[in-house]
Design a protein around this ligand. Sequence first.
Ligand code: PEP
Ligand code: MN
Length: 263
Amino acid sequence: LAGRKEELSKSIVEIDRVKIGAGKPVIMAGPCAVEDREQIFTTARTVKESGGEILRGGVFKPRTSPYSFQGLGKEGLELLAEVKEETGLLIVTEVMDVRDIDLVAEYADILQIGSRNMQHYPLLREVGKVDMPVLLKRGMTATIKEWLLAAEYILRNGNQQVILCERGIRGFQEYTRNILDISAVPVVRQLSHLPIIIDPSHATGHSELVTPLAKAGVIAGADGVMVEVHPNPEQALCDGEQSLDLPTFQKLVRNLKLLPSNS
Ligand code: PEP
Ligand code: MN
């Protein structure tokens, strides 16, 4: 089902007026985690004013350490709902647990499946039964084939609205957090009709590398980018080193708009 078919070379995931996979790269941006009212509202207003379409923000966070900030849970979803009401931005947020799907789906426009859960098959099956787009991040050690087969779990359960997200894979060098597999963009394009976006924030782990790699992704043909943005990256409770501050994000959006689209 994830494979490319002659008659349907490209799927478009459409949510209200936003079309992912229709040629114009879509911008998803926001903090790694929703932290408080001021942080999420300030970020969202900038995302909206800059021309971003989708607000990201985790409320259930898959943290490496159980002692790190785990996210605001339901309270964070309620903040996202208020922000959506004010700005009209669509919301993408991660769901980590089958038991939280109904709750997250009440507030989100796109359900995010994180890298660590790409092969969490019971979760994939269940989001496959929901009538809502799913953003499936590539597992950090997954081959493209494994990733497309993970998408297959969602598709075969009925949900055809899958967006793939390349977020970097593990390599041996230590300077960047992961290695952005830019070739995944044209490879997925050859193998599959599903839209693909890139996440240069988790791929690099360094804010100064986000802009060049976001541009590279769009030039390679990505249908959008997902970037982490924070009003005060030094104070961020999660992933501050890779988060763009607001002026840098605004500049990135201006830069991306100057690039040729991939239609
Ligand atoms: C995220 O986008 O919030 C996230 C945790 O990313 P990943 O699953 O790619 O590590
Ligand atoms: Mn993050």
